[in-house]
Design a protein around this ligand. Structure first.
Ligand code: SAM
Length: 308
């Protein structure tokens, strides 16, 4: 298979009514999520802030522990100007979900993934049947909800009971109780290997593997060691007439070109379009782009085939 030169592309998530990257700089980012203004660490934001005064209005601030500059596992703590609710209602377009202040700085949503939610919905809506979509490492299920809302039948796999429960809570918050979403507590690698043996196929796969992780029975996940086999298995369960394959990486020392080369090796498609690049958030105040993740994806041409 020949590999066209990929010109990496930035997929930009613009501010939306319930989310904005308001400002960033000096190692931190200031985000608006629903009614909260949230100040969190962001080592990449090495520049000067656009509006230093607005940062004083933050009502939630996360301080990282001393041994922890950019990891999901290091200690740190939240400080609030008043006690926060356990959850608060949010929406992306007309998909409702719940925000949370979780341990390790996260907010139960990765807003830059909105670029992928749009891609998934575009394919699900254009299809003349419910697409079978697999969401691996699916966390709180925003991609699953976006897919289900557009008519897809979703298999959502995650190793965390808590994340799965939050996903189900989100399904209720979205009013999508009738939608077909299977919430599976499983190890992503074991699940996909079983799907290969069972001969099951999917029309679309989205996966967002962390750098390190554990399956529900303590199965070890290390992206550099384990991603190649997982990709080979994903390639095997992608249907011949599949619509999309989307791989995201947040791990340090990873390039989107590596994600692309690996994905192209296993998701061997001669039709459709490959793309790789970065996911970025557009700052509301300065208009700067803050890159938060890397991706590689393959999509069939909606409404017809396109040869590369
Ligand atoms: C970075 S989050 C994914 C974020 C999600 N894609 C989103 O946009 O909201 C990583 C998720 O992988 C899960 N995870 C880690 N190791 C796993 C494994 N071996 N099998 C399945 N899920 C795993 C974690 O529980 C966590 O929910």
């Amino acid at each position: 298979m020949t590999h066209p030169d990929p010109s990496p592309q930035v997929l930009i998530t613009e501010p939306w009514p319930d989310y904005a990257l308001v400002d960033s700089g000096e190692g931190r980012k200031l985000e608006r999520l629903g009614r909260f203004l949230i100040d969190r660490p962001e080592p990449q934001a090495m520049w000067v802030r656009t509006d230093p005064k607005i940062w004083h209005k933050a009502n939630a601030t996360f301080t990282a522990g001393s041994d922890d500059d950019d990891s999901d596992t290091g200690k740190g703590r939240w400080q609030f100007t008043s006690p926060p609710p356990e959850t608060f209602p949010l929406a992306w377009q007309d998909v409702g979900f719940l925000g949370r202040f979780t341990a390790f700085r996260h907010l139960a949503v990765f807003p830059e993934q909105a670029a992928h939610w749009q891609t998934i919905q575009r394919h699900a809506r254009a299809a003349n049947r419910p697409l079978k979509v697999l969401n691996l490492f699916g966390y709180t299920g925003l991609a699953s909800l976006a897919a289900a809302q557009a008519g897809a039948e979703v298999t959502h796999v995650d190793a965390s009971k808590k994340a799965l429960q939050w996903g189900k809570d989100n399904q209720a918050a979205a009013g999508l109780q009738q939608a077909k979403i299977r919430w599976l507590l499983d190890d992503a690698q074991k699940f996909v290997a079983r799907e290969v043996r069972r001969g099951h196929r999917y029309d679309g796969i989205i996966l967002d593997p962390p750098k390190y992780g554990r399956g529900p029975k303590g199965e070890r996940w290390q992206v550099f060691d384990d991603l190649p086999q997982l990709m080979a298995d994903c390639g095997a369960i992608l249907a011949d007439d599949a619509k999309f394959f989307i791989l995201t990486g947040y791990a340090a020392r990873l390039s989107c070109l590596s994600l692309l080369a690996l994905a192209q090796q296993h998701v061997a498609r001669v039709d459709g379009q490959w793309q790789c690049g970065e996911l970025a958030l557009r700052e509301e105040l300065g208009g700067r782009l803050l890159s938060t993740a890397l991706y590689a994806k393959w999509e069939c041409q909606v409404g017809g085939r396109q040869l590369i």
